[in-house]
Design a protein around this ligand. Structure first.
Ligand code: NG6
Ligand code: CA
Length: 524
């Protein structure tokens, strides 16, 4: 029809062409560096050796991480960088959506969780696709798969998942490495799926005791106290019941190599265009079963050795970027999804304890001088290593700017000239200048989340009693105010000395809690 009206057609054609050319110029004109995020699992601030030298107690045993140290030395190394929450699922949710997990009640996902990010939400990779990036995910997901109310069909198409949420390709460990199902998912399907040995996953034994599926029996599975032995896979106890999928099982001792291989393939295949790679390591979450090449590399047990393995993976990715001539034009980030586990007592004391290596008591303090770790509202819960290297653009140095991973989305959007609607990634603020080392202050106000919220205001940290319930041991017994510049270890509650500051921070925290989004409040 349009072609019949040639005059109208040509005007439209010219208008479209001008628009297309203008768009191409604006995108090409902008810097479009590759972005690679290497995301550790439960890696503490002082699990990176350079951070022990700079900030921690150098007399304590430490893990040597030469590749990460080099990255820190060539880029910007942050001392006050945070993941958004002190456990994995909420933290990853915020990294990818720019929305605080508390708003949607997101907490640690069980094995059969449906996709927690809904397909109507803007994600970090989807934002980058607006700037024509190729986007890839390799490694841990732990954000659920499948429709709400239905969950994952492990023997069928696993959808929605990463591919519906902005990733062009995804090779994932679907939940955690201490959880079932112990299989990799390639795109929409379990890799090596064998329908003659279908996979069942459930909260009860009855849900998985199906004729024709391989069973992973253990007497301990029936004991409600033995949360880690619902299934024994590769002689390692797991959370959740599973049967089937014998040929699809992953091998814990080679998974880092498998993931590194997939990451390198992604880089090789996409080197010709701007790409985003999220390399989401399963190291150094329990069960910590490092490859034999790394076993015994530290005096700190399997956890320390797994950290050396993770450092090796970092080295492989760095080298692949060099080999492909991408060193200069790539923003390379290393950080972690939450702090290190400090509570050894939450893990089973059993015959395979060596796999659940010491989290405390071996002299290594993975949180450095910050108090607490994973699950906790104290700084060690969310203050994680962050280093960003972008040669030629970011000057090598250390910064105390307060920054948060939740802000990557809005910050990279600005870098690439992508506009965000108010309802998109509403808790993500543009802190690009701090990420690039051009603003040494960063955020003024920042939430910290641990099944409840605390607030930072510069070096002040306010922790209300809301959130304390159910968080015993991970949360102070009383409303607290700490001055981190004088008391980094959060030992001295000064709320009675500074009631106005405490009061103002309580008000601000409530305001954020009740708001639609942090960005709608326009706070620094
Ligand atoms: C906890 C598990 C822990 C780990 C964690 C999730 C117990 C006693 N502990 O509930 O082993 O799986 O969930 O870790 O069940 S995270 O890094 O993915 O958040
Ligand atoms: Ca984690």
């Amino acid at each position: 029809m349009l072609c019949q009206n040639s005059h109208f057609f040509s005007i439209r054609f010219i208008a479209c062409s001008i628009f297309a050319i203008a768009f191409a110029i604006s995108v090409r004109g902008a810097e479009r560096p590759n972005i690679v995020i290497i995301y550790g699992d439960d890696v503490g601030f002082a699990d990176v050796s350079v951070n022990v030298d700079d900030q921690g107690d150098a007399s304590l045993p430490r893990i040597e991480t030469p590749n990460l140290d080099k990255l820190a030395g060539e880029g910007l190394n942050f001392t006050d960088a945070h993941c958004s929450a002190s456990t994995c699922t909420p933290s990853r949710y915020s990294l990818l959506t720019g929305v605080h997990a508390f708003r949607k009640g997101v907490s640690i996902a069980p094995p059969n969780a449906p996709s927690l990010i809904t397909t109507d939400m803007l994600t970090l990779p989807a934002m980058l696709k607006r700037a024509d990036y190729r986007t890839g995910l390799v490694g841990k997901w732990h954000l659920g798969l499948g429709e709400e109310g239905v969950g994952p069909d492990w023997n069928g198409m696993l959808k929605p998942g990463p591919l519906e949420l902005g990733f062009d390709s995804a090779y994932i460990l679907p939940t955690t490495n201490d959880r079932v199902p112990c299989v990799y998912v390639d795109g929409h399907y379990v890799e090596n799926l064998d329908l003659n040995d279908p996979i069942y996953v459930g909260d009860t034994l009855a849900e998985v005791e199906k004729p024709g599926s391989t069973q992973y029996p253990d007497a301990r599975a029936l004991n409600p106290e033995e949360k880690f032995y619902k299934s024994i896979v590769n002689e390692i106890g797991r959370i959740g019941y599973m049967s089937g999928g014998k040929v699809a099982l992953w091998d814990d001792y080679t998974s880092t190599e498998v993931f590194v291989g997939k990451a390198l393939d992604f880089i090789d295949e996409n080197k010709g265009e701007p790409f985003f790679l999220l390399y989401s390591a399963q190291d150094i979450h329990i069960p910590n079963a490092p490859n034999e090449r790394f076993q015994g590399k530290t005096t700190l047990g399997d956890r320390g050795d797994a950290m050396v393995q993770l450092d090796w993976a970092v080295g492989e990715i760095v080298e692949s970027l060099e080999r492909n001539g991408l060193r200069e034009n790539t923003i390379l980030i290393f950080t972690s999804d939450n702090g290190p586990t400090h509570h050894a007592d939450t893990y089973p004391q059993t015959d395979i304890i060596s796999l659940y290596s010491p989290h405390a008591g071996n002299g290594h303090d993975a949180s450095g001088k910050w108090r607490g770790g994973k699950y906790e509202i104290y700084e060690g819960g969310t203050r994680v290593p962050l280093m960003i290297r972008w040669p030629g653009r970011i000057e090598a140095s250390t910064t105390d700017a307060m920054v948060n991973q939740i802000d990557f989305l809005a910050s990279f959007a600005r870098l690439l000239g992508v506009d965000l609607e108010d309802h998109e990634a509403g808790d993500s603020r543009d802190t690009l200048n701090a990420f690039l080392g051009e603003d040494s202050k960063g955020l003024t106000y920042m939430l910290e989340e641990a099944r409840g919220l605390a607030l930072r205001f510069n070096d002040w940290k306010y922790i209300p009693t809301i959130g304390m319930k159910g968080n015993k041991g991970f949360w102070p017994e009383e409303e607290s105010l700490f001055n981190l510049s004088e008391d980094p270890g959060e030992q001295v509650n000064v709320i009675s000395q500074f009631p106005e500051i405490g009061g103002e921070m309580a008000t601000r925290l409530n305001e954020i809690r009740k708001s639609k989004s942090v960005r709608s409040l326009d706070i620094p």
